[in-house]
Ligand binder design. Structure first.
Ligand SMILES: O[C@@H]1[C@@H](O)[C@H](O[C@@H]2CO[C@@H](O[C@@H]3CO[C@@H](O)[C@H](O)[C@H]3O)[C@H](O)[C@H]2O)OC[C@H]1O
Length: 345
């Protein structure tokens, strides 16, 4: 029995004992997702937030969140800030929390051009040396977390908007082969973890999405294991693609024999959010989550933290925010939350 099935059985048993009349599991985003055949509904989190007890209680509520993702703790600059020096402390804290709560873990991320220490990006390494460095980083990190990570985002954001490869030290030095090499190294270190390529703006279809499909085929053509395509889902209120077009994208992923997930969903708007914007946001969440619910191979949805209190959006997109289903006071936005629940039903 999978970890998620065990969790939903446990929740069901607990609610059956405390409420002999209804016999229904405690209702929430995750319990609805699991009941709809998904593996989890989850949230990102970050180490600094975990001392906020009301926040932590919400994050640990497995009726809503069956999975957590470290927002920063497993990135290269945290894990290997200088060559050969590994710092797993922040990542271990998130792993321990997930274990204590009985939550799955989406581990994020091994190879990314951003939050990459300058000893890698400006090291001037030749092809063979950079491959060694990348493979060693992946091997050390994935081995450290072996058996803990349900998913790994192996490579993050390899593409430009026009579908060409993004210039990065990895692409510029190794060429596109850095992708299959990275996936093969991750699979060798933890054969059980599901391995994802993850990128943003795939939800709109078009050149970038088609190139992501080509990356899946590229990794497969090298005989390396790739299990899924991650749609980050950093979307905009009123510009979110329709449910049917998102379903069509997810079905194209499934046709390649791999699964899909929304890995970093948030839907931002101009702040302060108007009533009309929140109403539209509820529809946009429903379109995205509903698309995942409708496609068997879409295994789950992760929101990029659950509360506006800790959203990354205002620090990156000036004047934008209010992107999550809980507000800055950790209060549920009922309209948005209920729209997601409904979309999962
Ligand atoms: O000062 C930095 C601060 O800038 C950093 O912020 C994080 C940046 O990454 C965010 O996650 C990414 C969101 O977009 C997708 O493209 C990526 O896949 C995600 O990894 C994260 O939420 C922010 O906290 O945090 C560390 C500080 O030192």
């Amino acid at each position: 029995m999978s970890i998620t099935s065990r969790l939903s059985c446990l929740l069901f048993a607990v609610s059956a004992i405390s409420s002999p009349i209804s016999h229904r599991a405690v209702d929430g985003l995750n319990t609805r997702a699991v009941a709809a055949g998904k593996e989890y509904f989850g949230s990102a989190t970050d180490n600094g937030e975990l001392s906020d007890i009301p926040y932590l209680e919400g994050l640990s509520n497995t009726a809503d969140f069956g999975s957590i993702t470290p927002g920063n703790a497993m990135k290269w600059d945290t894990i290997e800030p200088s060559r050969g020096t590994f710092n797993f402390a922040n990542g271990d804290t998130i792993v321990d929390l997930a274990e204590k709560n009985g939550q799955l873990l989406r581990c994020h991320t091994l190879v990314w051009h951003s939050q990459l220490p300058s000893w890698v990006s400006n090291g001037g390494f030749d092809n063979a040396t950079l491959i060694d460095i990348m493979v060693n980083h992946i091997t050390q990190e994935v081995t450290h977390y072996k058996g803990k990570c349900y998913h790994w985002d192996v490579v993050n954001e390899a593409l430009n908007e026009d579908g060409t490869y993004r210039s990065s030290v990895f692409y510029d030095t190794i060429g596109p082969a850095y992708l299959p090499i990275a996936f093969a190294a991750a699979a060798a270190a933890d054969p059980e973890a599901k391995l994802y390529f993850n990128d943003y703006n795939l939800e709109y279809g078009g050149a970038k999405f088609n190139a992501a499909l080509e990356i899946v085929k590229l990794v497969q053509s090298y005989g390396a294991k790739i299990d899924g395509l991650g749609f980050q889902g950093h979307l905009i209120v009123g510009s979110t693609p329709s449910r049917s077009s998102q379903e069509s994208n997810l079905n194209k992923v499934a046709a390649l024999g791999v699964e899909a997930a929304f890995t970093e969903l948030d839907i931002r708007t101009t702040t302060p959010a108007t009533e009309a914007a929140v109403a539209q946001q509820a529809k946009d969440y429903a379109a995205t989550v509903g698309a995942c619910a409708a496609v068997e191979k879409c295994v789950g949805v992760t929101i990029w933290d659950y509360t506006d209190k800790y959203s990354w959006i205002p620090s990156v997109f000036q004047g934008q925010g209010a992107a999550l289903p809980w507000d800055e006071n950790l209060q549920k936005k009922e309209l948005v939350y209920n729209a997601i629940l409904e979309a999962l039903s």
